[in-house]
Design a protein around this ligand. Structure first.
Ligand code: GTP
Length: 597
């Protein structure tokens, strides 16, 4: 296709503002799918994505659009993940496009992720087309939102497109705006091949599929190619695009987006942001902007039933086939037996993997408290990276401990601001900026990531009744007064419950954990002490009284359903219990205790 007839664009939006619905409409309108094939949200193709309404993996669709000027354009629509955990994938998708549709919910207005994504889009020199969606809602205030886009983001929204993706209003106008306002790609087809690896995933039939944006040159079927950063060489056996059904092509030329396969088995060879060139007469330098993605949140995953360990290993390996950003290695715990220490891009990423293991692979899992990576500067001059609180070296050998920090931007209606500021303060936050625009505040804080991985996001949402939104990026490590806190049940340390905490927060968190466990661990025939300790020093303590006959006696209040549940749980039997000396702890106790809610 002639470069002048290509348009590459992505859709950026805050979660739930209607990005996937709009994408589906565009596909439907340009005939990519017949009505019958048109199932809801074709771009979100995993069950969990559908249920949670989030987009995890970027996908791309090629559309042919006959515009009002009589020409037929090749539109490449790139779907981008909507969550902060996948920020780097978003950034690579944006780098593959010349423009973006900025979808803003006409009832909700601009939110934190809208801002974060739009600033990234501006950094990539995108032409941004504002789209005000959901104008069919009774609560829609399109004019207010138009003004907000101008005031808050500083974009000209005078010709924003008004749509209802749900009812199919304004779809033609969006397509015309794409053709007229988004510039065609630049590129030189005669130059050596330079293609950016935008995304990759494992397909059981095709092997590893790689999504590319060809920047210069031509990527042909049968070519011998090289990953310039990864260093491996492969033979291209398929070239194609998705409409969204797969269509095979002979080549992808400069300016185009599509996929290739090259009989690659291991997804870790395909790093997002790498440059693909030909082995012969290839490019001299990789394209700029490559970044290694590193897991930042770690936790242990253990099977409740030790017999499930091999199944867990297989399932984790399978998930890893499709997700190079997630890491795992074997871990043993005195409390939980054999399991895996896993690394994730963030909390949502952790939850997604955990949920897929539970649901798709039918595994009953115990997850230990999420932890960040600490830098231990040792007295002997070495530096150790601590991924697991259980591996904490003897404090006497540690000179200093550094922890990762983030800069967070929180966007919240004024009425909730007070509680949000208090939450940030409680989490050792340092306020950097606070501004107000039209009934909403934008607060910028520096926070230790450690304080955010627990339940910050949930707290933020509950305090603000779901109205606050939040986005963050890492800003390096800082020294902190951090200690390892152990939890002892019946005088035995439960390694899976130990955690690294700031000294100032240790007592409160220890007390909280002891109180929770007291409620969660069933009574036994004897008294059970529960303690939180730093080193040998006990900082909090609770005692579970000895049992009376009635098993439901420990139930809080008279909630019948709860009592029923407890009885059912007890019927499920021993499998779900873990023994601590002579104390049995139900799996729910771990999960609930680890969930610091
Ligand atoms: P993520 O994939 O989570 O980023 O969300 P999204 O931005 O793709 O939003 P999605 O398209 O999944 O839409 C979110 C919800 O809004 C769904 O329930 C849609 O049916 C609904 N929705 C989307 N567009 C419209 C619209 O124009 N009007 C109304 N009333 N609802 C809409």
């Amino acid at each position: 296709t002639d470069l002048a007839l290509i348009r590459n664009f992505s859709i950026i939006a805050h979660i739930d503002h209607g990005k996937s619905t709009l994408a589906d409409r565009l596909i439907q309108r340009t005939g990519g799918l017949t009505d019958r094939e048109m199932t809801a949200q074709v771009l979100d193709n995993m069950d969990i994505e559908k249920e949670r309404g989030i987009t995890i993996k970027a996908q791309t669709v090629r559309l042919d659009y006959k515009a009002s000027d009589g020409q037929t354009y090749e539109l490449n629509l790139m779907d981008t993940p909507g969550h902060v955990d996948f920020a780097y994938e978003v950034s690579r998708s944006l780098a593959a496009c010349e423009g973006a549709l900025l979808v803003v919910d006409a009832a909700q207005g601009v939110e934190a992720q809208t801002l974060a994504n739009v600033y990234q889009s501006i950094e990539h020199d995108h032409e941004i087309v504002p789209v005000i969606n959901k104008i069919d809602l009774p609560a829609a205030e399109p004019e207010k939102v138009r003004a907000e886009i101008e005031d808050v983001i500083g974009l000209d929204a005078s010709d924003a497109v008004m749509t209802s993706a749900k009812s199919g209003i304004g779809i033609d106008e969006v397509l015309e705006a794409i053709v007229r306002r988004i510039p065609p790609p630049k590129g030189d087809r005669a130059a050596p091949l330079e293609a950016m690896l935008v995304d990759s995933w494992y397909d059981p039939y095709l092997g590893v599929v790689i999504l590319v944006r060809v920047v210069n040159g031509v990527l042909r079927k049968g070519a011998q190619i090289k990953f310039m950063i990864g260093g491996t060489e492969h033979l291209v056996d398929r070239v194609g695009c998705m409409r969204p059904k797969i269509e095979q092509l002979d080549e992808l030329a400069a300016g185009e987006i599509g996929f290739i396969t090259a009989q690659i088995k291991d997804i870790t060879e395909t790093r997002v942001g790498d440059t693909i060139t030909t082995v012969k007469n290839g490019a001299a330098q990789p394209l700029p902007g490559f970044k290694e993605v590193q897991p930042v949140v770690f936790c242990g995953l253990f099977p409740v039933d030790a017999a499930d360990f091999e199944k867990l290993r297989e399932s984790i390996s399978k998930l890893r086939l499709n997700d190079a950003s997630f890491s795992f290695e074997m871990e043993t715990s005195a409390a939980l037996g054999f399991g895996f220490r896993c690394g994730f891009l963030g909390l949502l990423h952790l939850e997604i993997i955990q949920e897929r293991l539970t649901r798709e692979y039918d595994l009953d899992l115990i997850t230990t408290a999420p932890s960040v990576v600490y830098e231990m500067h040792m007295r002997d001059g070495t530096v150790r990276h601590l991924h697991n609180p259980a591996d904490m070296p003897d404090p006497n050998h540690i000179e200093t401990i550094e922890e990762p920090w983030i800069e967070a931007v929180i966007y919240v209606p004024d009425e909730y601001l007070g509680s949000i500021l208090k939450l940030c303060q409680d989490r050792r936050g340092i306020q950097k900026n606070l501004t107000y625009v039209g009934g909403r505040a934008q607060a910028t804080y520096e926070l230790p990531l450690n304080e955010v991985v627990f339940d910050f996001y949930d707290r933020l949402k509950s305090i603000s009744r779901g109205y606050a939104s939040f986005d963050y990026h890492q800003i390096g490590t800082r020294e902190g007064d951090l200690v390892k806190m152990s939890i002892l049940v019946n005088n035995e340390p439960v390694d899976a419950l130990s955690m690294i905490v700031h000294r100032s927060a240790a007592e409160a968190r220890g007390r909280h954990m002891c109180e929770r466990l007291k409620d969660l661990i069933p009574r036994h025939l004897f008294k059970i002490p529960i303690q939180a300790a730093i080193g040998g020093k006990v900082i909090a303590r609770e005692t579970i009284a000895a049992m009376r006959k009635d098993v439901t006696a420990k139930c809080y209040g008279g909630d019948i359903t709860r009592k029923k549940k407890l009885l059912e749980k007890q019927k499920e039997g021993k499998k779900r219990m873990r023994e601590y000396g002579s104390v049995q702890i139900p799996q729910e106790a771990f999960i609930a205790a680890l969930r610091m809610g």
